[in-house]
Design a protein around this ligand. Structure first.
Ligand SMILES: *Cc1c(COP(=O)(O)O)cnc(C)c1O
Length: 392
């Protein structure tokens, strides 16, 4: 986009990155092609060598994927974006593009389970050491840093307990030790939180969640500067190939166009549900950053433009009582996914966190009575009625 193009978020979400083709199509085209043809041997040579920019092969250059990358980069306020096949591929590409043997990573203990597995089981095999710290304690992050620490990694708010981290403070800490800060912005999306503006170096997305918003496609992305994302992480994607398909990119593009409207509606429904849950005798505790009782409510107000669509709560009576709430629902989907227009309910202790030991779960705060609801876009009174069935 030229410098005279409107820079408002709502406008960028609808229009950034689109390059209209020779057919004059109004909506973005899906370029379902693996490769691209050239007019001459010399043109092919120049394109392959990088002497002239342009499309080569859809593992690393596809016009639909590029439109998605440019649009998400604009929304996050980053110079470069690399789209990937999934959120986990985005995290892998970040590690492979930026880390090497002997490097050290400090990661929040509260990140997505597969992220912990990736670091613990696979990165360690290649000589990258990882320490996990309590997300909300800045002193723990600080104490874990070593001379070879290259990356700090956090997800804020976290899932399912909605713990925040002060992004600006963590960025300052990382930079004081020559390390980078990566923030998984899955739960907020750029509609509610822009980590780069707060000092983070890299933003990670699972586009599978709110960027799609309707539970259709897997995808991911990394946003940041031209050097690390545009060269180092892009270079890994080009060589290794965990790439986003043009069709998925197109679905995510359509998702971005309505992202802010949807996030506002998710926030509104979640706030109303959280307040209602707080008043229920069978509910022991509610976790939602929009509640005044949330331990980091002030930070959430400062750092986010909304409190998000995820609400967690503890039911009195442990697993049996929690399962009763799940099984009494008639509308809400029983599934592990989140960030969908359809509300979903999950019992973390026996699903997403089921492979952890009892002691690990206790340390992570995942009790047997804990439930997580990804609050969708249905009528909030219907969502409340559906949960009330099992709480009565
Ligand atoms: C789902 C998720 C991921 C992984 O994304 P996939 O697209 O499933 O690979 C990473 N981080 C968070 C916070 C997630 O919720």
């Amino acid at each position: 986009m030229g410098s005279d193009f409107p820079q408002d978020f709502d406008t960028l979400a609808v229009r950034a990155g689109q390059v209209r083709g020779s057919e004059g199509e109004h909506a973005e085209a899906i370029y379902a092609t693996s490769s691209f043809a050239y007019g001459s041997a010399a043109e092919a040579a120049a394109r392959f060598s990088g002497a002239t920019p342009g499309n080569v092969y859809s593992r690393f250059t596809n016009p639909t994927v590029r439109t998605f990358q440019d649009r998400l980069a604009a929304l996050e306020g980053g110079a470069a974006c690399v789209a990937t096949a999934s959120g986990m591929a985005a995290i892998l590409a970040t590690c492979m593009g930026l880390l090497q043997q002997g490097d050290h990573v400090v990661c929040s203990r509260s990140v997505f389970g597969s992220t912990i597995n990736l670091f613990e089981r696979y990165l360690k095999r290649f000589g990258v050491q990882v320490d996990f710290v309590a997300q909300t304690e800045l002193s723990a992050w600080s104490a874990a840093i070593r001379p070879n620490t290259r990356l700090l990694f956090a997800e804020t708010p976290s899932n399912p307990l909605l713990e925040l981290v002060d992004i600006a403070a963590l960025a300052e800490l990382a930079h004081a030790h020559g390390a980078l800060l990566a923030i998984d912005n899955c739960l907020c999306t750029p509609a509610l939180q822009r980590p780069l503006a707060l000092g983070a170096d890299l933003v990670i997305h699972s586009a599978t969640k709110y960027l799609d918003g309707q539970g259709r496609c897997l995808g991911g992305a990394v946003v940041g500067d031209a050097e690390r994302v545009g060269k180092d992480i892009f270079g890994f994607l080009r060589s290794a190939g965990p790439s986003m398909s043009p069709f998925n990119a197109w679905v995510f593009l359509k998702g971005l166009e309505t992202l802010r409207l949807r996030m506002r509606a998710h926030c509104e429904n979640a706030q109303r549900l959280a307040l209602w849950l707080q008043g229920q005798a069978q509910v022991e505790r509610v976790y939602y950053p929009g509640l005044a009782t949330h331990l980091q409510h002030a930070l959430a107000q400062r750092q986010q433009e909304g409190f998000g669509g995820i609400v967690a709560f503890e039911v009195r009576g442990g697993q049996q009582a929690a399962w009763r709430v799940v099984d009494a629902t008639r509308m809400i989907s029983i599934t592990g996914n989140l960030g969908d227009s359809k509300s979903t309910i999950t019992h973390p202790a026996t699903t997403t966190h089921g492979r952890m030991s009892t002691a690990q779960r206790a340390e992570a705060g995942i009790s047997d009575g804990l439930l997580r609801v990804s609050v969708g876009l249905e009528s909030v009174t219907d969502i409340i009625d559906d949960l009330a069935r099992g709480l009565g």
